[in-house]
Design a protein around this ligand. Structure first.
Ligand code: DQQ
Length: 572
């Protein structure tokens, strides 16, 4: 047995060596941990209104959709432990995207074409209200292939059971198509072209070039690979979980994924395996060439626009035809070591679903938490317009600070103390880590201290700084986790980004959704988002406080401040 194994391995390497099949490690599996259950899961950092299963590991959102008025959410899940492995598509449904009913896993390894894993994929609603999934299966040779599954019983409103086609796999790497067999995954929602053919893209790479491989089909079963990808970009590495969708240039309404034409731009989002960042470009979908062309100035790669400048990955949108909006889901991982989250007994949360649309400038997207989340708001606290002097801290009391939603706006009327922007400061995250909340500036840092302990031994600071640039003021937004916990172990990387607002003409707004171990912040009315995971030891439950602060020398005005305690959502 041992000898035949060795023989198989060498035979396999031979194939790889000759370029017949290309396989390489793509997901790190820790076989000791993937099925390890802790004696009793640690509940301290569990969230109250973010989506998460009762225990175990969760990663990417899969196949979100609305079907007959009910929202369906599927996700990558390990039923046996809190580390990545044994992956199935877990399933929950909801009437409001806030409260959820769990169901049995919809798809799990059961056939040759997915025996080693049911990885990410998307839902498409075919004409006649027929939902289907395209998803990545890992086959007995550890090759990534694309499969289809359909509901077993269309009259079940919960669509609990799904069946796989005997024709699976529908798309696979071969020696002819030269697809990299370990970098071929995560089919998008398909879109229908005017020629009556469906299109789908699948994430891949050739050497260091990221690829969105395009396939076409007339019947959704027989798929033909197009000669060229929909898009590709050198030096970006593996593209995971692509998402491709239209946006309106005239209003905030969402559009069905197959819409093309006047008044429509397209968005291509990619998840960079190398950096674990989701970036997007805005551009034009050229139907005649079946190619996507990013607008000039819309940059491919890690320095491009991101949905979220903190932790947020493998995201996916769907068109919600009940509310005529496009809704974005994204996975927010732990900032703990694998050993620590295995001990905790669970890992991963989903960001609050966000509505997403094109900004008025047409140059970026805007995101805002779905309006339904506001029904969890209770005990509203408002503050009249207040001056926040340089060097001051102002407690926002009356809300449960560990489980809250807070909206604050700042008005700046005096700019002459703003520090001068050095043109070499092109990396906002680095700038935020060099100029954290404790570094005094001219105009800023000012913002919120969330999940803060009574004597500020612990806090997460979400704030703005304003610099005097060459011909305009530059606004920086940061989320500084360096003091978020007395525990040394969690990753406390500081995050940051520039915000495209003119502080002379506009207020600076900040909204933070605070939920025990997650802080999701929206700056500039949703022009930028930063999500972070934090693990306070003192600022937990009743020990958590919320403050507005200004550590600059120049005073600013709080023009609006409303905060709410958040009720618990029914999730698991
Ligand atoms: N997670 C899935 C893959 C995908 C990756 C496996 C992204 O399909 O590429 O769990 O997080």
């Amino acid at each position: 047995m041992a000898t035949s194994c060795v023989w198989l391995i060498s035979f396999f390497s031979l194939l790889v060596g000759h370029g017949v099949l290309q396989l390489e490690a793509s997901h790190i599996l820790n076989t000791n941990l993937e099925s390890l259950q802790p004696p009793s899961p640690n509940q301290t950092y569990r969230t109250s209104y973010h989506f998460q299963p009762p225990k175990n590991w969760m990663n990417d959102p899969n196949g979100p959709m609305i079907y007959k008025g009910l929202y369906h959410f599927f996700y990558q899940y390990n039923p046996f432990g809190a580390a990545w492995g044994n992956i199935v598509w877990a399933h929950s449904t909801s009437e409001d995207l806030v409260n959820w009913i769990p169901h049995d896993p919809a798809i799990y390894p059961s056939h040759q074409a997915d025996i080693n894993g049911c990885w990410s994929g998307s839902a498409t609603i075919l004409p006649g209200e027929k939902p289907v999934f395209l998803y990545t299966g890992v086959d007995p040779k550890s090759q990534q292939v694309q499969n289809i599954a359909v509901p077993k019983n269309m009259s079940d409103p919960f669509l609990v059971e799904w069946e796989k086609s005997p024709k699976n796999p529908l798309m696979e790497p071969t020696s002819m198509n030269k697809i990299n067999a370990s970098s071929f995954r995560d089919p998008t929602t398909a879109w229908l072209g005017p020629d009556g053919r469906w299109r789908v893209i699948i994430g891949s790479k050739r050497d260091r070039r990221g690829l969105a491989i395009l396939y076409r089909s007339k019947d959704f079963i027989n798929w033909v690979k197009a000669k060229h990808p929909l898009h590709s970009a050198k030096g970006t590495g593996m593209w995971e979980c692509p998402d491709f969708f239209p946006v309106s240039t005239s209003n905030q309404s969402g559009l069905d994924t197959s819409m093309v034409g006047l008044g429509i731009k397209h968005v291509l989002k990619l998840s960079l395996d190398d950096t674990k960042h989701d970036y997007y470009t805005i551009g034009t979908y050229n139907l005649a060439m079946d190619r996507y062309i990013p607008d000039s100035g819309s940059v491919d790669g890690d320095s491009g626009l991101r949905y979220d400048y903190g932790k947020f990955y493998a995201s996916k949108t769907f068109y919600d035809n009940a509310k005529n909006r496009r809704v974005l889901w994204g996975w927010i991982n732990e900032s703990l070591s694998e050993a620590d989250y295995v001990k905790q007994g669970w890992a991963g949360v989903q960001a609050i679903p966000r509505s997403v649309w094109l900004s008025k400038s047409g140059k970026q997207l805007v995101q805002w938490p779905i309006v339904e989340i506001e029904k969890l708001r209770t005990n509203r606290v408002d503050s009249p317009s207040t001056d926040l002097k340089g060097g001051s801290v102002h407690e926002i009391s009356g809300v449960t600070a560990a489980q809250a939603d807070v909206e604050i706006s700042f008005r700046v009327s005096e700019f002459n103390k703003a520090d001068v922007m050095d043109p070499s400061w092109t990396n906002p995250q680095l700038l935020c880590s060099q100029k954290g909340a404790s570094v005094k500036g001219g105009l800023g840092p000012f913002g919120l201290l969330v999940l803060a302990s009574n004597h500020l031994q612990e806090y997460t600071a979400v704030f703005f700084r304003i610099f005097k640039g060459q011909n305009k003021y530059v606004v920086l937004m940061c989320s500084d986790q360096s003091r978020s916990s007395l525990n040394k172990n969690p990753d406390k990387t500081t995050y940051g980004t520039f915000v495209d607002v003119d502080p002379i003409k506009e207020k600076l707004s900040l909204r933070s959704l605070i939920d025990h171990s997650i802080v999701e912040s929206f700056g500039g009315d949703g022009k930028v988002c930063i999500s972070s995971r934090v693990y306070p030891t003192l600022a937990i439950e009743g020990g958590a406080h919320l403050y507005a602060f200004n550590n600059g020398t120049q005073g600013v005005t709080i023009s609006k401040l409303s905060a709410w305690s958040m009720k618990k959502a029914q999730i698991s």
